[in-house]
Design a protein around this ligand. Structure first.
Ligand code: PXL
Length: 274
């Protein structure tokens, strides 16, 4: 049987350890072929630097798709990250027209954290992102992104009933499986809540009391890689949570490394879990 091939669609932040510069190495380390469709090129990510350059690649998307159709290039899975509103119709078309039968759609609705949209996203972006989530096999918002897509206030204090209600409302967007990341009910434990339309399951790992940039992309990429390697959703979600915790442990203590996590040092651990 032919090996599976995934396409990831997100930006290139040239430095800063996020988006494509982490997704490609992580998915490759999982042993999965990874095609890339860069949505834009930035000098660096938008969190913590004093500014950034931005080059939009939306217009290139239909050209690339047209060439892929000529070459009969198809994918077994799509994993989307940081994209713009104008790109969503192109991405939906690519997921239709460059898909092998049964291709998976994994959507990380990247748009914010800590209760706020990232710079450069308009207030109507969350509603547009709902269109990309509709029909997805798996979406994996953090609590900020979930609240934004559901049009509600971001809460830092919540209980299990709130999380389970949030999962049901995200599921109702037309999603097959919802993974809510960054869930915590007790100090020292952080994890994911998973809802498949039937029941809610949780996986918690050690909460390391620091916040580091790029961990969401490390999470989504390792999840996608593990899923493609045949792990089920909860297993892949657990592997990704443990991997991210390891990337943070590898970075802690080096205050000079503020832009991202040293995920490279955690790749042997990730490979050992495949
Ligand atoms: O990690 C998400 C992300 C991806 N790409 C860019 C970003 C961010 C988060 O800030 O700025 C350009």
């Amino acid at each position: 049987m032919a090996d599976k091939r995934l396409l990831t669609i997100q930006d290139i932040s040239c430095v800063g350890q996020c988006s494509l510069t982490v997704a490609l190495p992580i998915i490759s380390a999982c042993g999965v072929e990874c095609g890339i469709l860069p949505s834009s090129v930035l000098s660096n990510h938008t969190a913590g630097y004093s500014g950034w350059t931005f080059f939009d690649l939306t217009d290139e998307m239909p050209n690339i798709l047209a060439q892929w159709k000529k070459e009969n290039v198809k994918f077994d899975a799509f994993y989307t990250g940081y994209v713009s509103k104008a790109q969503i119709p192109h991405i939906l078309r690519i997921m239709e027209e460059a898909a092998n039968e049964g291709a998976l759609r994994i959507v990380d609705p990247v748009m914010g954290d800590g209760g706020k949209l990232y710079p450069g996203f308009d207030d109507d972006f969350p509603q547009e992102m709902c269109k990309l989530c509709k029909g997805a096999d798996v979406i994996m918002p953090n609590i900020t992104e979930a609240a934004l897509m559901l049009g509600e206030e971001y809460r830092t204090e919540y209980d299990q009933a709130y999380i389970e209600d949030m999962l049901k409302r995200l599921y109702a967007l037309g999603v097959k499986n919802v993974l809510l990341t960054g869930v915590s009910f007790e100090e020292g434990k952080l994890g994911v809540a998973y809802y498949d339309g039937n029941e809610t399951k949780y996986y918690f790992t050690e909460r390391i009391p620091v916040s580091m940039h790029g961990t969401g992309d490390c999470y989504a990429s390792s999840f996608a890689g593990a899923l493609m390697r045949g792990h089920d959703i909860l297993d892949a979600a657990s592997i990704a949570a443990d991997f991210v915790a390891e990337t943070i442990r590898q970075t802690m203590g080096d205050e000079s490394h503020w832009w991202g996590v040293k995920f490279e040092k955690a790749l042997p651990y990730l490979i050992s879990r495949m």
